[in-house]
Design a protein around this ligand. Structure first.
Ligand code: F6R
Length: 606
């Protein structure tokens, strides 16, 4: 995710902005920039790559001045480059922005039709154009921002600077974090407490739909209609290290909690509920030529591919095969130009997935990459790219990347289903309407996670765990086992519940916790009967069941309820308690949760 910092006061802004951006570096970014006002104009200095590059540039082209805005960018629209880096300046207006403007295409077309010239590929530049168009007739910058935001749909935190009115910065928030730091005769604005914690501990947290007018001596908050809002400042007692994790003890915990936002961002601008369709970011995949889909990936991304197989086959009736990329590339696979290969990689850099993509391309297949990192190697090599908008994932154990991969695969499956005509428009509508509710359901689920902490303490000293599920819950069982073993070092196996009696049932005794994924749906009864087989052998059952299930309590030792949703979407919710379980077990054991032994975030070697 991108980072914002802004300053207005008696001191030189650039060192404060650069220090703030340095504090945000841990979040991951691909470019950085500042805009600083002096002597009637704002100087913008931007640079692709690390902050070091921006600092070197600023040595050559200094940006003196006492009011300014800065930004670290994590690309979502438009590749990482100097021109796509923020701030974006249009006329007298400079803007930094975090989040996603959902209606950016429509707004861009409108603005271009009325003569606006764009210099970047970003959605952010649209905000600069909109404010610029309003400013001449508006009573002040706040009124211009208010008017411009009336046209914008999406998630954003923005800070705007006007070179003709340098005594003020205007910020606004809708769904992306924004905080104001209070000083003596100076004020700060940032996306994260971390960015300004070196300067002040007095912070005012901005809420949804609020606009803030920041001068040297005052901070005025209103809602989007201009009604005043009063908010007490809070004194932050976090250390810088705690602040980096938004107060969570580990990045993994922070990233688990970020999932509702990450899912909403991945859906943003892609779901068309009016026409029951999905916009695939302009990827015009021709289904008439596809005879088969082959999915290749590693680790957690491989598990999302397994869920993808269920989704795509069910909705489009195109046959799907799933391969571990490390196996695929060395087994001389049958692949040709009637195959669509879907390669999934959070980092976009995994060597085995890259090798599989190269091989498939050499043999004539078209490749669609699903990745979380814009312009990383795998999407660059692929014919089509679809991005999860999870924001940077820092914890080694993948969480929000996984759930946003599932969301992306569901969108792709719906798209393919509509293209092949095998998915009825009514069902597509039902699925899409339900998907839009997932962020709230997920937030609710995560909030009730304390129960998992109790369960983790109760079973966290076990020698091993078994996870089982059927249908699209089977890959979630695999993912639950992977999460647990990688961060707690407890041996865990994921099994298809139907396979139990073919071997693993021998493991079951009173010392083995068995996590059973048993949400309501067509396979509920069958899974319950597997669960009773475990119970008959005295295994300890932790059931992940649908809210309102009256039967399951009598059959399981522990029951974790997940909100009701359509069966196709259940994996997106049912994996969350498994992430929390492994997190709390690891925490109970005191392992290094964010950097487990022997593991790297991105496996760029074989
Ligand atoms: C597990 C995990 C790994 C990755 C795997 C693939 O939590 O993070 O299993 O999923 O190394 O990485 P990407 O998706 O970057 O290709």
């Amino acid at each position: 995710m991108c980072g914002i910092v802004g300053y207005i006061g008696p001191r030189q802004a650039t060192p404060i902005l650069v220090n703030g951006l340095r504090r945000l570096e841990y979040r991951g970014y691909d470019s950085a920039g500042v805009a600083v006002w002096e002597g009637g104009s704002a100087r913008v200095v931007r640079c692709q790559g690390k902050l070091r590059g921006l600092i070197e540039k600023l040595e050559v082209e200094p940006a003196p001045g006492k009011v300014g805005i800065g930004h670290t960018r994590w690309a979502t629209h438009g590749r990482p480059s100097d021109v796509n880096a923020h701030p974006h300046k249009v006329g007298r207006i400079s803007v930094v922005h975090n989040g996603i403007i959902e209606n950016h295409l429509a707004l861009r077309h409108e603005l271009e039709a009325s003569g606006s010239k764009f210099s970047s590929e970003t959605d952010t530049e649209i905000v600069a154009h909109l404010v610029s168009a309003e400013i001449e007739d508006a009573k002040d910058l706040t009124a211009a921002v208010q008017k411009a935001l009336g046209k914008v749909i999406g998630a954003f935190a923005i800070v705007v600077m006007d070179e003709k009115n340098p005594d003020v910065l205007v910020a606004a928030k809708n769904a992306s974090p924004l905080v104001i730091g209070l000083g003596e005769g100076e004020n700060f604005v940032a996306s994260d407490v971390t960015a300004i914690l070196d300067e002040t501990k007095e912070m005012v947290f901005i809420e949804e739909g609020e606009i803030v007018t920041i001068t040297r001596d005052a901070v005025v908050i209103t809602d989007l209609e201009g009604n005043p809002v009063t908010r007490e400042a809070k004194t932050i007692r976090w250390t810088a290290a705690q602040a980096e994790k938004d107060g969570y003890r580990h990045y993994m915990a922070k990233e688990i909690h970020e999932q509702p936002r990450a899912v909403a961002d991945t859906l943003a601008g892609r779901v068309d509920l009016e026409h029951d369709t999905v916009a695939l970011d302009g990827n015009d995949i021709d289904v008439s030529n596809i005879k088969r889909i082959v999915m290749v990936a590693c680790g957690t991304s491989y598990h999302s591919s397994l869920v993808g197989k269920f989704l795509i086959e069910q909705m489009s009736r195109i046959p799907v095969e799933v391969d571990m990329a490390s196996e695929y590339r060395y087994r001389d696979p049958v692949v040709n130009d009637t195959d669509l290969v879907i390669a999934i990689s959070q980092s976009g850099e995994t060597a085995d997935t890259m090798g599989a993509v190269q091989l498939a391309k050499e043999r004539g297949a078209k490749v669609l990459a699903i990745s979380n990192v814009l312009e990383s190697s795998i999407p660059r090599l692929a014919d089509y790219a679809f991005y999860t908008h999870a924001g940077p994932e820092i914890g080694v154990a993948s969480t929000k990347a996984f759930t946003t991969q599932l969301v992306s695969l569901t969108l792709i499956a719906i798209h393919l289903g509509r293209q092949t005509g095998k998915l009825a428009p009514e069902r597509a509508r039902e699925l899409l309407a339900e998907m839009v509710t997932l962020p709230n359901k997920m937030a609710d689920l995560i909030e009730h996670g304390a129960q998992l902490q109790v369960i983790a303490r109760r079973y966290g000293n076990s020698q091993g765990f078994l996870f089982m599920g059927r249908g699209n819950q089977y890959p979630i069982a695999l993912e639950g086992a992977l999460k647990l073993k990688e961060i707690s070092y407890i041996h865990a196996e994921g099994y298809s519940a139907g396979e139990m009696k073919h071997g693993p049932i021998a493991l079951i005794d009173e010392n083995l916790p068995v996590v059973v994924l048993v949400p309501q749906g067509p396979l509920y009864e069958k899974t319950v009967s597997n669960l009773t087989e475990v119970r008959a052998r005295e295994g300890k059952i932790i059931a992940i069941a649908s809210s309102g299930d009256q039967e399951i309590g009598a059959l399981a030792d522990e029951v974790v309820m997940i909100p009701n949703t359509l069966p196709e979407l259940q994996p997106i919710l049912s994996v969350v308690p498994l992430q929390q379980l492994s997190y709390y077990v690891a925490d109970h054991k005191g392992t290094d949760i964010d950097q487990p032994r022997n593991l790297a975030k991105s496996v760029t070697v074989e």
